[in-house]
Design a protein around this ligand. Sequence first.
Ligand code: 13P
Length: 247
Amino acid sequence: MGRKFCVGGNWKMNGDKASITELCKILSAGPLDPNTEVVVGCPSLYITFAKPLLPATIGVAAQNCYKVPKGAFTGEISPAMLKDVGADWVILGHSERRAIFKESDELVGEKVEHALAEGLKVIACIGETLEEREAGKTEEVVFRQTGVIAKYVKDWTNVVLAYEPVWAIGTGKTATPQQAQEVHAALRKWLAEKVSKDVSDNLRIQYGGSVTAANCKELASQPDIDGFLVGGASLKPEFVQIVNAKQ
Ligand code: 13P
């Protein structure tokens, strides 16, 4: 069994009822490649609003959650709550969470563990900054981040890894297909050595960072790129073309 191509849209902190309604109409009209799994990362507040407007084949993700089921954690949302309102997935460890909200590798790992235990599927994000890349530390950074996640994951079935170089996010500077493929292949080798051959063969690794309708096909043709996590372009009609990148 090959790895099913998986495209996620990360809406980030964007959208309102009117624009989400429009976007859901576009996604419902598609047509979307039935061989691609599609997930949209919706602001938590709008999950119950967006879910019934989307085709049942599209998974709905939250963009963050906390690491325990309930309690005195003002402002936080638990995986149990996300499941209760219909979310299927959660995006964790996004570089914006790591950089702006100071989430550590350990906290991301703990969140991944708890979300999986509660039955959510997880898109776990990793990626190096420009400084780290220029210092030749790309592999060191992504292996360290993946290593901490791996410490908290027993069963990888419900995990997708998203490689998102921070310098490519929202900048219009996409990693070249070769740059992305190189890191994805290195991650797969690392997984084979540190986790298992089975996980290395079956874990889907998405690329994220300035993916557009114009560059998605070439990126999708790389052997170790199993999908995308799309920011800006996931708010536009071109997301349909990105979902269909393998066609
Ligand atoms: P852009 O596609 O806007 O670069 O964002 C990528 C991203 O952060 C997806 O999680």
